[in-house]
Design a protein around this ligand. Structure first.
Ligand SMILES: *Cc1c(COP(=O)(O)O)cnc(C)c1O
Length: 396
């Protein structure tokens, strides 16, 4: 029997959960244990010889974490998923698992700063080379692939902070011309509600579950989803490197992710409204939001995404101090790094992530001093727009 795949709301609320839990609980219990008891040595043999599936030791698996992994796999439309203690633990474990000395990775330049740092300063110590390419330049991306050496193309979509969207069918077509290359998409900003890269043929999908999947600014976690054969190797390396998710955090993640579809739809709606409002505001120089026709990747986003996400970046007219005064005059968004939770967060990338650089150095990597990043939460759009309007009025 084939039936229509379940929608993201159903997958979020119900996916991956066993129908009957211990003590008849409707929710997944927090299994708080570091190790698991065997009935006798015969069971140990059965376990190691693959006749039974069971847990062994906390670094290799935990039922609470496993339930969250099954739920995220279902949301991503993937065969399997493995969770880590943070998004960076997922990213670094994937890079270490997929690359070895003498190999090469191609990566888009507009991306999470710490991933970029790991690729450009840590991987070279193990003889792994890299090339950064501008998002949207598919010619440069394909030209950067070194036959027999390049094993991975890593891209975020949408990117941080300019919300560039990678054309996934185009990227997959490039990969298919170069045997041995895999694609890893950091889909943190998209969430499985707005885009499911696995369905386009992408090999591996990463989420900083700290952001939308958790959704409440109360945990750190990271996930990798893909084919079971690929995930199994990543799970093995996690067991060695040890960046496992604590079962308490896994429970918070499970609880948070149940409302993912509701939250993200609301955030899509609010962000689109705020972006349009900002674009018409006389104090705003430029807005970056893939839902706006003015965004360079609007067409790509409209083709492959079902929503444009909850992050809006914009330049306030003036310089560093004008943007800072505007941010300080807001009262509803909280001034903090991160995104994806129920609370709106606002930040100035030039200060938050790139403070040690000069204005010229920041511009060289594309970060303008007057850039503001607003990650909308689930507050009422009317209240957010009113607060931003008031902040422009009082900071002029
Ligand atoms: C936050 C973030 C990460 C890192 O995730 P942590 O959970 O903070 O380790 C990676 N990629 C993107 C796009 C992010 O926003």
């Amino acid at each position: 029997m084939t039936s229509k795949p379940r929608g993201p709301g159903t997958r979020a609320a119900r996916g991956g959960e066993k129908r009957k839990n211990a003590l008849d609980a409707v929710t997944q219990p927090i299994v708080c244990t570091s190790t698991y008891a065997f009935d006798g040595t015969a069971e140990i043999r059965d376990h190691f010889e693959g006749r039974i599936q069971r847990e062994e030791y906390g670094r290799y698996g935990n039922p609470t974490v496993r339930t969250a992994e099954r739920k995220i796999a279902e949301l991503d439309g993937a065969e399997d998923c493995v969770l880590f203690s943070s998004g960076m633990a997922a990213a670094t474990t994937a890079l270490l698992a997929l690359l070895k000395s003498g190999q090469h990775v191609v990566m888009t330049s507009d991306c999470y700063r710490r991933t970029r740092q790991f690729v450009s300063t840590t991987l070279p110590r193990w003889g792994i080379d890299h090339t950064f390419v501008e998002p949207g330049d598919y010619g440069a991306l394909e030209a950067a692939i070194r036959p027999g050496k390049t094993r991975l193309v890593l891209a975020e979509s949408p990117t941080n902070p300019y919300l560039r969207v990678v054309d996934l069918p185009r990227l997959v077509a490039i990969r298919d011309r170069h045997p041995g290359v895999k694609i890893l998409i950091d889909s943190t900003f998209a969430t499985p509600v707005n885009e499911r890269p696995i369905g386009f043929g992408v090999d591996l999908v990463l989420h900083s579950a700290t952001k939308y999947l958790g959704g409440h600014n109360d945990l750190l976690a990271g996930s990798l989803s893909g084919k079971a054969s690929l995930i199994s190797g990543l799970r093995d390396l996690r067991g060695v490197l040890g960046a496992v998710l604590d079962p308490h955090a896994a429970y918070l993640l499970l609880r948070g992710v149940k409302t993912l579809d509701l939250r993200v739809r609301r955030q899509n709606e609010t962000a689109l409204r705020v972006a349009g409002w900002l674009e018409a505001h006389p104090r705003v120089e430029r807005v970056f939001y893939p839902g706006l026709e003015s965004h360079p990747d609007h067409d790509v986003a409209a083709r492959q995404m079902s929503g444009f996400g909850g992050v809006v970046s914009f330049q306030v007219k003036g310089g560093l101090d004008d943007a800072s005064r505007f941010i300080d005059a807001t009262t509803l968004p909280i001034i903090a790094p991160s995104l994806g939770g129920v609370e709106s967060l606002i930040e100035q990338p030039a200060l938050m992530s790139f403070y040690e650089l000069t204005t010229a150095e920041r511009l060289a990597i594309g970060i303008s001093d007057n850039l503001v990043r607003l990650a909308v939460g689930i507050e009422d759009a009317d209240d957010l727009v009113a607060d931003l309007g008031n902040a422009f009025a009082t900071s002029a």
